[in-house]
Each structure stands twice: as C-alpha cells, then as structure tokens.
Design a binder for this molecule. Structure first.
Ligand SMILES: [Zn+2]
Length: 277
C-alpha cells in the first residue's frame, strides 16, 4: 500500500494575527496562509508525482479547528503528517531580528525527528536561509496525531527579506520540493523531479508600468550564461545571504533564479556586475 501523507496548511486565510508586517512595495500585510496554502498545494503535487497518496487536512479557506485536523489524519490512518507555517516573533520588521527555517517535533527521538532531520538537511542544501534546526515543542498538531508529525516554519513573517519570499512562487515550490525529497528519502523512494519546458524560465519584464504592484519585488534570472558565470553570481548571492535557486533542467544551460529582492538590492547587484565587466 502506498504511504498516505497528510498535509496541513496551518491556518484559515482570515485567522487573526497570522500576518506579516506591512511590506513597503506591496503596501499591505501578507497573510501567513497566503504562503502556507501554496506550500500545501505544491507539496501535494510533488508527493503525488513521486507516487504517494495525500490528504489535505484543511482544504478550505476557513479556520479549521486543530482537533478536526488531527482527527481527520488519525481517521484516515495517514502515515506521516506535514504542517507548513511561517513564523513570527514580534510581528514588526523594526523589532524582530529572527531569520531562518525550523522543524518542530513532539519528541527529539523517534520517527518524526528522523524525518525532520532529513528535511532540514535538504532545506539547508537547497536554500541560503538560516537553518534553525530541530525544535522540541508541545503543539497540538504534533502531539495529538497518531503518526509521525512535523511542523515546519519556513521563515519569519516579521523579517522583511523573508516576508518578501512568502509570495515568491519559486521559493514556495522550493520549500515543497525539499520536503518532498525528504519524504522520498525517509521512505527509500526515488524522488521524481518535475519536468518542465525550458521556455518556462524565460525572464519576465519586472518593471513594466502595467505590471501589478507585487512585481516590484525584483527577480533576477541568469539564463544563457556559462556554468562558471552562474557560479560566480550564485556565490555573490550566498555572500549577501540573498535567496537564489540553481536550476539545471536544461543540459548545458545552468541558471539561477532569484526573487524577493528589493530595488535597492537590484541596484547593488547591477553595480557589482558592472564592476566585474
Ligand atoms: Zn502558523
């Protein structure tokens, strides 16, 4: 029997408090669920492609009670439960200095911790975000579920740089992919990567006057460069602790996709580039 993976998106879209601070270029807060539900959606796609069965514990936008979520996972006899969240401490960019992702488990020994550690390893290999590690915490979702359960926090809503990543599709997918790879590794199954036409990565104009406001979060794409050039750019991003994703889908055509940069970061990047040329 193929394993059944329960996926939980954490909150309803209108759950009070679960929001970022106001992101300047968006002129609004981002709801935690705007990230969580996209993560849950992409994780389901990833896991199904790898041959797993999935169940969404709170597929509606309503704030499903936690008890209902764990009851459903227990009734369905899910083999593993994955929660996707975005963290916050003070809720204000000005006062919170936290950053990074973490995996929360009810006990630091046992199967949940084993899976969580694989996922943390994959996440830190795939993203320059800080790895905050494994956290033992008494949470309803990880305590009341009868199967191994892990709650991931993928970043901080009150860290401006990370809050910008919440609406970044490449980042949402990256989180889902690394967790899906961990599920595969945990069960000894081969990960099946997404096959995409290369054209999907064509750069989009980001500064057209007609573009919606969220496009002001600048994206940089390095198509058509050789591997050494992409490596140099990637190293610059790593040094800056900016987010980027290396992509090798097209043989001989490596590229790096980055998003969540603000216009000032883009100016800095271009100045660095000019200096090298
Ligand atoms: Zn949350």
């Amino acid at each position: 029997m193929t394993k059944l993976i329960a996926i939980d998106d954490g909150h309803g879209s209108e759950t009070p408090g679960k929001r970022s601070d106001v992101i300047p270029e968006l002129g609004r807060q981002v709801k935690e669920n705007e990230f969580n539900k996209e993560f849950a959606k992409y994780l389901e796609i990833e896991l199904k492609r790898c041959g797993f069965r999935t169940i969404q514990l709170a597929p509606t936008d309503y704030d499903t009670p936690l008890r209902a979520r764990t009851d459903l996972a227990n009734r369905a006899k899910a083999d593993l439960l994955i929660n996707g969240h975005f963290n916050a401490i003070t809720g204000k960019f000005a006062t919170s200095k936290a950053e990074g992702f973490s995996a929360h488990v009810h006990s630091k020994t046992g199967q949940a911790a084993k899976f969580a550690n694989i996922a943390l390893k994959n996440l830190s290999g795939g993203t320059p975000q800080k790895n905050r590690g494994l956290v033992q915490q008494n949470l309803h979702m990880t305590r009341e579920s009868h199967m191994p359960a892990v709650l991931f926090e993928f970043g901080f809503m009150d860290n401006l740089r990370e809050a910008r990543l919440m609406l970044n599709v490449a980042f949402q997918k990256e989180c889902a992919q690394e967790v899906a790879k961990a599920v595969c590794e945990y069960y000894g199954v081969s990960y099946v990567p997404e096959s995409k036409p290369v054209a999907k990565y064509a750069p989009k104009p980001v500064h057209s006057a007609a573009a919606p406001k969220r496009e002001e979060s600048v994206q940089i794409l390095t198509g058509g460069l050789n591997a050494d050039s992409v490596k140099i750019i990637a190293e610059f991003f790593i040094a800056k602790k900016w987010w980027g994703q290396l992509q090798f889908e097209a043989p001989g055509n490596p590229r790096m996709l980055s998003g969540g940069l603000d216009p000032k970061m883009k100016t800095e990047y271009e100045a660095w580039l000019n200096e090298r040329n």
